[in-house]
Design a binder for this molecule. Structure first.
Ligand code: ZN
Length: 181
C-alpha cells in the first residue's frame, strides 16, 4: 500500500515503472528521489522499506537503475535499438539462487550488498515486463505528462496514466476546442 506521504500522482505500477514514475510533470518537473526523505517514502510505497536500507548508497544505486530504465523506455518509444549496458551493470549486482527446500523448490534474490537490492529488483522487474509484453509498457498519452504504466487492460488500449487526471484533462481540452471553434 502506498505511503500516505507519497506525493506522486501515479503509484502502484510494476516496480520498474514505479521507479520511473518518481519523476512527473513536464511543465513543473518533480522528482521524489531528489526531495529530502523522498527515497525512504519511495521504498515504503514500494513495500521495500524493511528489506532495503534508506541510505545514500541505496539511493545512488536506485538512481543508476532509474537512468538505465529511462534510457531503455525512451529508446523503445523512439523505436531505436535499446542500449542495455547500463541495465546490465545494475543486474550484475544480483542474481536469483534456486534451491530445493523441504517444502519444494525455492528461489531467493542475492545481491552484492543490501544497497543494491531495490535497484536490482527494479531492473529485474523490467525484464519481467519485457517477457510479458513490451508493447504494454506505455507512456501516458497526455502531452504534459511523463508517467508510464503497464497496460494490463484486456484490449490493450489504455492511454492515460489515470482517467481521473489525464483522461479527463484531455477530454476537457477537446470539449473546449469544440465549443470555441
Ligand atoms: Zn498522465
Amino acid at each position: 500500500m502506498a505511503d500516505p506521504r507519497d506525493p506522486r500522482p501515479l503509484i502502484g505500477e510494476p516496480l520498474s515503472l514505479d521507479l520511473l514514475n518518481t519523476r512527473w510533470s513536464a511543465t513543473n518537473p518533480q522528482d521524489l528521489l531528489a526531495a529530502p526523505g523522498g527515497y525512504g517514502i519511495w521504498l515504503s510505497s514500494a513495500g521495500l522499506a524493511d528489506r532495503c536500507p534508506d541510505d545514500a548508497d541505496g539511493l545512488a544505486a536506485v538512481l543508476a537503475a532509474r537512468e538505465a530504465l529511462a534510457g531503455l523506455v525512451r529508446a523503445a518509444e523512439e523505436q531505436r535499438e535499446p542500449e542495455p549496458t547500463a541495465l546490465n551493470e545494475v543486474l550484475a549486482h544480483g542474481r536469483i539462487r534456486h534451491t530445493l527446500t523441504a517444502t519444494g523448490p525455492a528461489e531467493a534474490v542475492e545481491v552484492d550488498s543490501p544497497a543494491w537490492l531495490a535497484a536490482w529488483l527494479a531492473a529485474d522487474d523490467y525484464l519481467g515486463l519485457l517477457r510479458q509484453g513490451p508493447h504494454r509498457i506505455k507512456a501516458c498519452a497526455h502531452e504534459t505528462c511523463i508517467l508510464h504504466f503497464f497496460d494490463t487492460s484486456q484490449n490493450g488500449r489504455r492511454r492515460w496514466c489515470s482517467m481521473a487526471v489525464c483522461g479527463n484533462r484531455a477530454k476537457a481540452a477537446r470539449h473546449y476546442e469544440k465549443v470555441t471553434r
